[in-house]
Design a protein around this ligand. Structure first.
Ligand code: CMC
Length: 428
């Protein structure tokens, strides 16, 4: 196969190298194009622009394949644990027993957050959306750990920042919820594992003893694995681009949380439940919503459907759909919106609009139904996504630094006014 591409502009030919990844993905390297031709490229939304070479996650959207560091998402969801997957993503290999034990115990040791974080939390009104609060708290960690501000300092310091943020995120996440409902926060209980600890901090109250249901902890662990990384998506690209200015890990993650919040990205899981509730309230008329989604004059979209890279069933959605039936069954929950979701999916998958555009359910279509069955309130769904995506952001931030990537700084094609003279205020 050819190793270069010829580009002809105004009769002049330029040779551009073609690079190939380990899964035979090919890309034209245009990084020198402007230098040799004075011409730039444009691709709004980066629909066909690779921003980096990455060895973390492989995704084939046509075939519906997702692998972390070469391991299939199906195998990891079935056989691994979230903390092990986090180690795999961040350090590149599955840990040995000793490495895992060191990793797990270091994370357990750092679950407590500084008491003054509570003062910051108290400053937020109780109706603040938990994602906004969490993004602020993640950024506030820079104030408590100022050495993290200079990620060039030492690898040891970076590793400590990694452990701290993985350890403290569940504590801060659960506290955003406690702030919202006006209850006292719970401190971590380090006898529990990562997911059990989070669930206890979410739901325990001083009024009664609380025991974590293992069904909830196992379901959460699986969901977090499924969300752990997804190559160069909106929030991950944000984390990499913020980090490329040599900003700290905590501020890069804080930016990632803000990017994830939007309804077209991680916020879709909240939007899906709100949509399903809307369908239920309108008497279960799924067709009305399908028609709205197809109407180009209506901004409504079928939430939880479609994906920038999957043009096939999202493999995470397949696993979550199966898990939804299992978890609801084990918890004895009968949620009418699950039937609505299944009917909606069936109708969409036999509708020419969705079929011709290859729009399938994505990871967010069923995840909210499990979260709801677990008792997690709707506005916390994207916080759950954050907990899952955190190791992916960290792995991508670390890779970006280790590859010595240049600062992220796209170009543009300017379409504004040409040079014009300034007019004094009195003369306008
Ligand atoms: N409902 C109705 N039409 C849709 C939808 C949808 N959910 N998604 C895409 N389309 C249509 C879109 O209108 C366009 O039609 P046309 O070609 O006639 O103009 C066509 O499909 C291609 O869509 P696009 O907007 O060009 O695709 P994109 O890659 O820019 O957007 C997306 C991807 C995920 C933002 C979009 O599919 C969407 O808005 N989905 C709903 C929100 C959602 O579920 N987001 C969660 C994504 S998965 C979790 C994550 O990783 O964040």
């Amino acid at each position: 196969m050819s190793e270069s591409a010829q580009l002809t502009i105004d009769g002049k030919s330029y040779e551009l190298p073609i690079i190939e990844g380990t899964e035979q993905e090919r890309a034209i390297d245009i990084s020198k194009l402007r230098g040799i031709s004075g011409i730039t490229t444009i691709d709004p939304g980066f629909k066909n622009t690779g921003s980096t070479k990455s060895a973390i996650t492989f995704l084939d959207g046509e075939k519906g394949i997702l692998r972390y560091r070469g391991y299939s998402i199906e195998e990891l969801a079935e056989r691994s644990t979230f903390l092990e997957v986090a180690y795999l993503l961040i350090y590149g290999e599955l840990p040995t027993e000793q490495q895992f034990e060191d990793w797990r115990s270091a994370i357990t040791m750092h679950t407590l957050v500084h008491e003054e974080i509570k003062d910051i939390l108290d400053g937020f009104p109780s109706n603040a959306h938990p994602m906004g609060v969490l993004s602020s708290l993640a950024s506030a960690l820079t104030a408590f750990y100022p050495k993290s501000l200079d990620p060039k300092r030492s690898m040891k310091e970076v590793d400590l920042s990694i452990i701290r943020i993985i350890a403290k995120m569940p504590t801060m996440a659960a506290w955003t919820y406690k702030n919202e409902i006006g209850h006292p926060v719970n401190y971590p209980d380090n006898r529990l594992n990562y997911c059990e600890n989070f669930i206890k901090m979410m739901f325990a109250t001083p009024a009664e003893e609380y025991h974590v249901d293992p069904v909830l902890a196992d379901a959460l662990d699986k969901l977090l694995i499924l969300h752990a990384d997804h190559e160069q998506n909106c929030s991950t690209s944000t984390v990499r681009i913020v980090g490329s200015s040599q900003a700290s890990l905590y501020s890069s993650v804080s930016a990632g949380i803000s990017a994830l919040w939007g309804p077209l990205h991680g916020g879709a899981n909240q939007a899906v439940i709100e949509m399903l509730e809307g369908i239920k309230a309108s008497g279960g008329d799924a067709d009305k919503y399908l028609d709205k989604a197809k109407d180009k004059n209506d901004p409504f979209r079928l939430m939880g459907f479609g994906h920038r890279v999957y043009k096939n069933y999202d493999p995470r959605a397949t696993i979550i759909k199966k898990a939804t039936d299992e978890v609801l069954g084990k918890l004895g929950v009968n949620d009418p919106v699950l039937d609505i979701a299944k009917r909606l999916e069936e109708a969409a998958l036999s509708d020419d609009y969705f079929v011709s555009r290859r729009l399938y359910p994505n990871v967010d279509f069923y995840s909210g139904i499990i979260y709801r069955a677990m008792g997690i309130p709707t506005e916390m769904f994207t916080v759950m996504f954050t907990l899952g995506r955190l190791p992916g952001w960290i792995a991508q931030w670390k890779e970006m630094r280790e590859n010595h990537e240049p600062i992220g700084r796209p170009r543009q094609v300017y379409t504004g006014h040409k040079n014009r003279p300034y007019v004094d205020l009195a003369e306008r």
